[in-house]
Design a binder for this molecule. Structure first.
Ligand code: NAD
Length: 494
């Protein structure tokens, strides 16, 4: 029995009557299920229903909307282990990480629930007598949410929960690589009491249904997380349509280790930052900028520790690194390993797929290149796999220049015991997030998340800031003077 879309309050097959298969990346013989390979007509039906859903949901008081999201958080918490297991099966990352992914959704739900009792506007003194001036937040309309594969639950919740709390209707187009987790999320929202037409789920390919969602004139807000190339295409369409758009895209994040750093701490940080989630995090550390004085010793220790990382099925106890998401992701990694060779970087460890019992899945060994030149393709381009490029520098200033010399700007990290350098790094590293003495990965749900340059377009997910994105500010003036008072007229000296 195939999985279905959720449109107009019902689980329905796609108009195309075609489906795609979702398989376990650790063992592609394991078929998780078939999911709708939907078409533009399914998006049209979802938008029509979402417009109706918006009418009722936008008039529901915000604290009541918050209560629904609190129940969603409770249900996710009750089902955390089962959801994490399903997520690891379809996406590959280890159970500790998928549990963390669910926890991020729980935290986002509880934050949203409390925001239902804030959602503050402003009351501001007017420049005129007997006049009241204030602003409040209004819902906007139908939001189209397009999400990537690497955080199958957390990223949809980062978008859907604040969008719903603000009173909007949601259409979710999840990554075709992780449709099962999206199905579970929508089931949970409905069970928690969300009015059915406030949420629609349309599965399918990005270039078909993702594009149809972005192209639809009645979708008033689009929020996208994924690759910079896809985000650029969506940005062009939304620009032409004057549509509100949030983009969260690629990264090429660096960890800098200075010669005064706690080297064991820095080593643990880089192992986790570079090879956690098999390097498939937007915040993954793909560059290690090492001070010359500690370079050789650090690389030797790092290579031997990377070789000890246990690859395997993320659902097996003891596994530290799971598979890549699919065959094409592994081919991309292989392609960059070849590029590294052509660019004369030195392959220190990895550089191949494991054999034996792991030969079936999309595994790749943690891979480290040294002697990587700033400006080379290996150093500049997002690989999204377990490949780390090491760059040797002579000074803090050079490290900052290397860090900033890429087109992306999501996350950065500095390991040092020098408090002056730490504060200088917070100012100089050109990224949306900087960590001191911690790896480049690991966001907290109550803080804004996002990047600069070609990683984002200025909006943030998470924290308090995302509520500005999903609501419209309306300014209201009430004049109780009983006479015409003219603002923007120069009355000084009269
Ligand atoms: P992707 O761009 O291939 O796909 C993301 C989503 O966009 C999917 O749902 C896909 O179906 C859809 N899509 C594809 N083409 C489309 C089109 N033409 N129109 C509309 N939608 C379309 O990305 P991915 O491989 O799933 O995820 C990896 C990327 O996501 C990496 O670049 C990573 O850095 C980025 N990412 C960024 C953040 C962040 O917050 N900055 C977080 C996670 C992932």
């Amino acid at each position: 029995m195939p999985f279905l879309n959720f449109i107009a309050g019902r689980w329905v097959p796609p108009g195309t009557e075609t489906y795609f298969e979702n398989r376990n990346p650790a063992d592609p013989d394991d078929l998780i299920g078939s999911f709708p390979d939907s078409g533009p007509a399914d998006i049209a039906a979802a938008v029509e229903s979402a417009r109706r859903g918006f009418e009722g949901w936008s008039r529901t008081p915000a604290p009541v909307r918050g209560d629904v999201l609190r129940r969603v958080g409770d249900l996710l918490a009750q089902r955390k282990d089962a959801i994490a297991d399903a997520m690891t099966r379809e996406m590959g990352k280890v159970l500790a990480e998928t549990r963390g992914d669910v926890q991020e959704g729980i935290d986002t739900a509880y934050y949203a629930a409390t925001e239902g009792r804030r959602l503050f506007g402003h009351v501001v003194p007017s420049e005129l007598r007997s006049k009241w001036a204030m602003s409040y937040r209004r819902p906007i309309g139908v939001t189209g949410l397009i999400t990537p594969f690497n955080f199958p639950l957390a990223i949809p919740t980062w978008k859907a929960f604040p969008a719903l709390l603000c009173g909007n209707a949601v259409i979710l187009k999840p990554s075709e690589d992780v449709p099962h987790t999206a199905h579970i999320l929508v089931e949970t929202l409905l069970e928690a009491g969300l009015p059915p037409e406030a949420i629609q789920l349309v599965h399918g390919r990005g270039e078909i249904v993702g594009k149809a969602l972005v192209d639809h004139p009645d979708v008033t807000v689009v929020s996208f997380t994924g690759s910079t190339a896809t985000g650029a295409a969506i940005g062009e369409t939304c620009g032409r349509m004057h549509r509100r758009l949030s983009l969260e895209m690629g990264g090429k994040n660096a960890q800098i280790v200075m010669d005064d750093a706690d080297l064991e701490l820095a080593l643990e940080g880089i192992l986790w930052g570079a090879f956690g989630t098999t390097g498939q995090r937007c915040t993954a550390t793909s560059r290690l900028i090492l001070h010359r004085a500690i370079h050789d010793r650090f690389v030797a220790d790092l290579a031997s520790r990377a070789e000890q990382l246990r690859l395997g099925d993320g659902r097996e106890p003891g596994t530290e690194v799971g598979p890549l998401i699919h065959e094409n992701a592994r081919k991309k990694v292989e392609c960059y390993v070849e590029i590294g060779g052509r660019e004369r970087a030195e392959l220190v460890t990895g550089g191949s797929a494991p054999g034996g019992r792991l030969a079936k899945g999309w595994f790749y060994r943690p891979t480290i290149f040294t002697g990587v030149q700033p400006g080379s393709r290996l150093e500049q381009e997002e690989i999204f796999g377990p490949v780390l490029s090491v760059i040797r520098v002579d000074s803090f200033e050079e490290a900052v220049a290397v860090n900033n010399g890429v087109r992306y700007g999501l996350s950065s990290s500095l390991y040092t015991r020098n408090v002056d350098l730490a504060f200088r790094a917070l100012q100089l590293l050109d990224t949306g997030i900087t960590y001191v003495n911690a790896p480049t990965i690991g966001a907290e749900a109550h803080l804004p998340f996002g990047g600069v340059k070609q990683t984002g377009n200025g909006h943030r997910e998470g924290g308090w800031q995302v509520y500005d994105f999903y609501s419209e500010t309306k300014v209201c003036y009430l004049d109780y003077s009983g006479r015409l008072q003219r603002a923007q007229i120069d009355t000084y000296g009269t």
